[in-house]
Design a protein around this ligand. Structure first.
Ligand SMILES: Cc1cc2nc3c(=O)[nH]c(=O)nc-3n(C[C@H](O)[C@H](O)[C@H](O)COP(=O)(O)OP(=O)(O)OC[C@H]3O[C@@H](n4cnc5c(N)ncnc54)[C@H](O)[C@@H]3O)c2cc1C
Length: 460
């Protein structure tokens, strides 16, 4: 039988993805059924789901969940690095559950469809005089995807997105549609605010916002050790503070963002961070085996890059364009341990001359009371390491990870780590409470995949 060009390309795509994931026995079946491969943003996670669906209504979604024969995983914008999504069952997109549904000018609360990309929340909120209190450093995530992993920005007075959730609606494993808030199923509500898609599929989310506001962003280059010494002041005097140590150099890029009443706009430069990352990559390629020259060049280069101030509505200042792909590991350590932990990570990278050129990220997040939020019960410092997408991250991350363990770090649920249920039980005082709620909500493990079985310690 002759194939059209389009059919041929589709089949080659399916075959390539399967070969890459080692699923050789199902290659023929995939080619026959023409399954559509899925991959995450970095390309590090892939799978070949039996079905990909985007229901239009809650009733349709409930029917999908009830009748699916295998596993069911909800997917947002696929921006998680960890294996939260891969399934050979049904992949459910909430892309039809989108947009601002309602808002209350008195309480400053607003409800959105769960699949709304966060990049499409700022403008509608501004129109009704509201804004998210804080944001992550990108806004490509969906709202449900972001809260499911306790996605966060920086600032010791600000919790993760999940801490601002005041209500949500969910389709359960049985196909029931339930509304949750502090007065209706309060324990389930609190657990569902960070639940990795394991308790049910969220269709709408109500957030506690604040009045719309403007921010001024300043960035500068400074010796990393000077910044570390000055952290108590920097954190006290600024709403949002973070810094990015430049690997194999002595310097960091520091950043503050503060609320301002100034109405002048200094727009963010267009484009992403490709140019700056490209310079670091080039220095790494030519000088990685000459550590002294490498450090001198980087110190010089970074000091001569320009970082103009930015001033605009908050959501336009918080969000960045990330056009260089990478893989990432992030741990949240107790806030007071942050400086010692990052010093140790930087020393290891320097002493072992570990091969990576993407800067670290160092941020602060306020404690919450959500059972498996990474910030449950403790103010935290978030420290991330990155590896360029086409360079192997395993050796690099495996060497750094024990330093995070030493400081009782909890891995970001959406980023790479090597922990399982035994370790999580020690790291989270309320882990067993969450495991029980999960077992009750989904006794047959419909919402689990291999990764989540390991996370929650489920055998079959
Ligand atoms: C370039 C980049 C920058 C990042 N920056 C930050 C940052 O600044 N701060 C930070 O904390 N993290 C950051 N992350 C991580 C990212 O925010 C999280 O991994 C987030 O969960 C991704 O959202 P998503 O919409 O892509 O969800 P996905 O990755 O698609 O899914 C994440 C989880 O949400 C679940 N889920 C999705 N939709 C639903 C639903 N409707 N109901 C129930 N469960 C659902 C999924 O099952 C999965 O468990 C970054 C990631 C990238 C790639």
């Amino acid at each position: 039988m002759a194939l059209t060009r389009r059919e041929l390309i589709a089949q080659i795509g399916a075959l390539t993805a399967l070969t890459a994931t080692g699923g050789f026995s199902s290659v023929a079946q995939a080619a026959r059924e023409r399954l559509i491969p899925w991959r995450n943003w970095s390309g590090g996670q892939t799978c070949l789901p039996a079905a990909r669906v985007a229901p239009a209504t809650e009733a349709e979604l409930a029917s999908v969940v009830k009748t699916a024969s295998g596993g069911v995983r909800a997917v947002g914008s696929s921006h998680s690095f960890s294996a939260l999504i891969p399934t050979d069952g049904t992949l459910v997109s909430l892309s039809n559950f989108n947009g601002l549904l309602s808002h209350d000018p008195k309480t400053l609360q607003a409800e959105f469809g769960a699949g709304t990309p966060m990049s499409q929340m700022g403008e509608p909120l501004l129109k009704v005089g509201q804004a998210l209190p804080n944001m992550a450093d990108i806004d490509y995530q969906t709202l449900a995807g972001a809260i499911s992993t306790s996605t966060h920005g920086t600032g010791p007075k600000f919790g993760s997105y999940s801490s601002n959730v005041v209500g949500l609606r969910m389709v359960t494993a049985k196909g029931d549609i339930i509304d949750l808030d502090k007065d209706h199923h309060p324990e389930l509500f609190n657990a569902a605010r960070v639940s990795l898609g394991s308790l049910g599929i969220i269709t709408r989310i109500k957030l506690q916002n604040r009045t719309a506001f403007r921010l001024r962003q300043k960035q500068w280059v400074q010796k990393t050790e000077e910044l570390l010494e000055d952290i108590p002041r920097l954190v006290k005097e600024n709403d949002h503070f973070e810094f990015n140590p430049i690997l194999h150099s002595d310097v960091s890029l520091a950043q503050t963002q503060n609320e301002t009443a100034d109405t002048a706009t200094l727009a963010k430069e267009g484009g992403g961070d490709g140019d700056k990352i490209g310079k670091l990559q080039m220095a790494n390629t030519y000088l990685r085996n000459h550590p002294d020259a490498h450090a001198s060049l980087l110190n010089f280069l970074v000091k001569h890059l320009e970082f103009p101030d930015v001033q605009d509505q908050s959501f336009r200042v918080f969000a960045n364009v990330r056009d260089q792909r990478f893989n990432e590991m992030e741990y949240e350590v107790p806030a007071e341990a942050g400086p010692d932990c990052v010093r140790e990570v930087l020393k290891l990278i320097r002493d072992q001359n570990l091969n990576s050129f993407i800067p670290l990220e160092y941020r602060y997040v306020k404690a919450d009371n959500i059972p498996i939020s990474m910030f449950s019960g403790r103010d935290s410092c978030a420290i991330s390491v990155h590896q360029y997408y086409d360079m192997d991250y395993h050796n690099f991350f495996a060497q750094v990870e024990p330093i995070f363990w030493k400081y009782e770090g909890r891995p970001h649920w959406g980023k790479l780590h090597n922990l399982n249920a035994a370790q999580f039980t020690k790291l989270y005082p309320r882990f067993k409470e969450f495991q029980e709620i999960r077992r009750e909500m989904d006794p047959t493990g419909k919402f689990l995949n291999g990764h989540l079985r390991s996370v929650f310690g489920v055998q079959c």
